[in-house]
Write a protein that binds this ligand. Sequence first.
Ligand code: SAH
Ligand code: DHB
Ligand code: MG
Length: 225
Amino acid sequence: MKMSAALNTLLAIDNYIERLFVPRDPAFEQALDDARKAGLPKIHVSPNQGKLLYLLAKLVRAQRALEIGLLGGYSTMWLAKALGPKGRLVSLEVDELCVRVARTNLLRAKLLSRIEIRHGDARATLRQMVRNRERPFDLVFIDADKPSYPLYLDYAIKLTHPGSLILADNVIRNGDVARHDKGDEWVESIKKFNKKLAANPKLETIIVPITRKKIDGLAIARVKD
Ligand code: SAH
Ligand code: DHB
Ligand code: MG
C-alpha cells in the first residue's frame, strides 16, 4: 500500500523528536538487535514511546511498576531506568524464549536486579497476585494479548492505589478502533477496553496517538484520589 503523505510527515516528525531527545544508548540498541536475532517479532514500543513511558514513570515518582507483556525487555528497560536503583518492576510473560532473551538484555543493561520476571499466562499470574493481596503498584503498563485487555484493566485497578497510572499500548491500531463497522477480534477487544476506560468513574484518561509504521496509541489513565 502507498504510504500517505500525512504518515510520511508524522514519521519524519517522530524521527526529528528522536534525534533531539532520545540519545542512542548501546545497551538499548543491543537489546533490540538481540531480540531481532532471536527471532522475536518487532513489536516493542518505539524509542520515543519508551522515553514517554520513562517520563510518565518519573512524573509519578513510581517505585513499584507492573508490566504485562515483556517480549525482549525493551519497554521494561525504559520503565526500570525510571524507577531508579531502589525501584522494583514486575514483568509478566508467557513465552519462554522471550524470558530468556529479556534476561540477557536486562543483565547487560545492569537493570536485572530491579526486575522480577514472572513466567506464565498473565491472566493466571494476575489472579494469583490479587489473591495474595500483592502490594499495590504505582504504575501498570498493559501490553500483552489484546483480547485480554478488558480483563487486564480489572486486575490493574485492583492492583493500584489513588494516584497510580495505568498505561496501555496499541489502543488505536491504525485507526481501526475509530471505524464504525465491526473489526477483527483484536480491534473489537480494544474498542471494548477503551470504552471501559472511558466509563470507569475511578479513572481520568486520555489516549495519545503514537507514530509507528501504522499509527497506534497509548492510553494514559490516572486512578483518582
Ligand atoms: N512490552 C514489550 C512488548 C510486548 S509484546 C515492549 O514494548 O518491548 C506482547 C508480549 O506479550 C509478547 O512477548 C507475548 O509473548 C506476551 N503475551 C501474550 N499473551 C500473554 C499472556 N496471556 N500472558 C503473558 N504474556 C503474554
Ligand atoms: C503488535 C504491536 C504491539 O505493540 C503489540 O504489543 C502486539 C502486536 C503488532 O503490531 O502486531
Ligand atoms: Mg504493544
